[in-house]
Design a protein around this ligand. Structure first.
Ligand SMILES: [Zn+2]
Length: 302
């Protein structure tokens, strides 16, 4: 049986509900000084606002070493009534002032997926990795090889940050071509930031999930293309591969600060998707596609 690995345990995918498929309650990066997401009360307020708007699940794509605050997540899930999924994995090298020295990245990812994060954190339910701008450097290739190895041992889905939406073709060649991860376990993120419809259709033909996000103030330049991009992919027959997330990466972008934050997905984007496509497609994108994207046939170990 496939399940979604939430911070409170494994869920029947049908119980995941309306899902923000790529977001952050906690995040710290040297690239975003002074904008750390590290306030537990603010995270709780954001989840409460998302719940009021009809949200039922949030997947936090914050990987290893970036202030995930994993031990806070189970209590936040309990108190908010919102399912939470945590991530293992690793971001671009530029986000770390010093890269952790680890014997085996794959072993770290596997431990976090099957036993838990740190000494008393919940298990991660996905692996986050990152490409570079129009290419993959040595760090990206090493991280993706480790993610693929961890996928083959655990079954975990792999979510990919694409720098400004680029290099997704190279990522697919590496992850699914050379490293033999099934495309149905790969979620290509931030594609809205490089709104080239030809590339999107080519990526969609692989069978991978295509994750769109925004707006989060740091990356708003292509927001006005989001609806056109979703409509084009849905009309080309790829509605069942589309995912949507808020990707709140700075404290200022929370709904309780300058916004728009997580509720915007449901208060603003959902009605626009319903108008541009239809209600069943909005339900696919927000409920049924995440249930399949994050479901895994978790291998029994740990
Ligand atoms: Zn993100």
């Amino acid at each position: 049986m496939t399940t979604v690995r939430s911070v409170l345990g494994d869920l029947d995918p049908a119980d995941l509900g309306v899902c923000d498929a790529h977001d952050h309650l906690f995040l710290r990066s040297q690239l975003l000084p002074g904008q750390e997401l590290d306030d537990v009360a603010a995270a709780a307020a954001e989840l409460a606002a998302f719940r009021v708007a009809g949200g039922q699940a949030v997947v936090q794509w914050t990987p290893y070493g970036m202030g995930r605050r994993a031990t806070e997540l189970p209590e936040l899930a309990r108190s908010s009534g919102v399912h939470l999924v945590a991530a293992t994995g690793m971001h671009r090298a530029a986000h770390y002032d010093r890269l952790p020295e680890l014997d085996s990245l794959a072993e770290l990812f596997i431990t976090e997926l099957t036993q838990g994060i740190g000494t008393d954190g919940p298990r991660a339910g996905m692996i986050k990795v990152a490409g570079g701008f129009h290419g993959l450097d040595e760090h990206a290739r090493r991280t993706m090889a480790a993610a693929a190895a961890a996928h083959h041992v655990t079954g975990a889905p792999i979510g990919v940050h694409h720098e400004l939406g680029t290099a997704a073709t190279e990522v697919l060649d590496l992850l699914c071509g050379q490293l033999e991860v099934p495309p149905s376990s790969v979620l290509l993120g931030h594609l809205n930031r490089f709104p080239d419809e030809r590339i999107h259709r080519e990526l969609a033909r692989s069978g991978a999930f295509l994750a769109f996000d925004g707006p989060s103030r740091a990356n708003a330049a292509t927001d006005w293309r989001l609806l056109d991009v979703l409509v084009a992919l849905a009309e080309a027959g790829h509605a069942e591969q589309l995912l949507l997330g808020g990707d709140t990466v700075t404290a200022a972008a929370r709904s309780t600060a300058d916004g728009p934050g997580m509720p915007f997905l449901l208060t603003n984007l959902r009605p626009r998707i319903e108008a541009a496509l239809d209600r069943p497609t909005a339900e696919l994108i927000l409920r049924h596609n995440p249930a399949r994207a994050f479901a895994a046939d978790w291998k029994p170990m740990g």
